[in-house]
Design a protein around this ligand. Sequence first.
Ligand SMILES: NC(=O)c1ccc[n+]([C@@H]2O[C@H](COP(=O)([O-])OP(=O)(O)OC[C@H]3O[C@@H](n4cnc5c(N)ncnc54)[C@H](OP(=O)(O)O)[C@@H]3O)[C@@H](O)[C@H]2O)c1
Length: 275
Amino acid sequence: MGTTVITGGTDGIGRALADRYLERGHDVLIVGTSAEKGEAFLAAAERRGAGDRARFLRADLSRVAENHRVIAEITRGYPAVDLLVLGARFHRSTRAETPDGLESNFALYYLSRHLLSHGLIAPLSRAERAVVLNFGGSGQAGPVRWNDLQLRHGYPGTGALGHGGALCDLLGVHFARLHADTPVHYVLNHPGVVSTSFAGEYDPATAAAVDRLKATGKPVTEAIAQIQPFLDEPPARLTAVLEGRQVPTDGQAFDPADAARLHEMTERLLADLPR
Ligand SMILES: NC(=O)c1ccc[n+]([C@@H]2O[C@H](COP(=O)([O-])OP(=O)(O)OC[C@H]3O[C@@H](n4cnc5c(N)ncnc54)[C@H](OP(=O)(O)O)[C@@H]3O)[C@@H](O)[C@H]2O)c1
């Protein structure tokens, strides 16, 4: 029936998509850090008679090496991947670095998605038609801080997520160009405010703001209903969606030269890191 891989599949929109694709008969692999949430997904799948199609991989995707491990496990475990959902995020009000020495949002929100998108091109290409769903900015984020991708100067708090979203938009643009000869479609999605776990570590003011977002955000079921048609029938090789509406991808946020520049900078950064 198909294979779906979901980072951030243990919670929020990712978990709801995991349940949806299990229902549709897919093999579903979710990735997250919480063993407890992963076990809860497996137990729920078992209760629904889909235990043999559900899998949980525990990994900290803010670490470069962990992304390589996940890519290797997926490539070994599944002949093809039909849907790859890139939804892991963890926000911090205060700037923090991963053990690789990278700013944490940059590492999880952008770099992991760069690694997984390109690193899984082989199994994605073996699907009849594959879709990568990346929760980017869909043109609403930015501008990119070209001289400070690691947000060392004037860390923008919640704005760090927006910065990651802008980088993900450019990732989608370059991916679609680089892999134009494959059956892989790239969908960028900004779902608007959705009531989820909002995984993160927040200072008191941000925590209060996050509580308000949780109280007023749309339910995950609505967020999924808005994106589902674009996953079923992606209208273009690169599609950007904002709360269920397709938005143009010819603006500054999707500039192909910027996308190529970011790709090159990212590859150079990765070349300097230990695998
Ligand atoms: N909710 C909104 O209002 C909203 C608005 C705009 C965009 N989005 C985007 O939509 C996507 C899904 O968001 P959400 O709100 O549904 O998510 P969420 O409820 O905050 O859950 C975040 C997910 O990321 C996983 N995660 C966190 N740190 C990780 C790490 N180091 N390695 C691997 N996985 C990690 C968590 O798993 P564990 O707990 O197992 O670690 C969890 O499954 C995100 O890209 C988000 O930026 C959401």
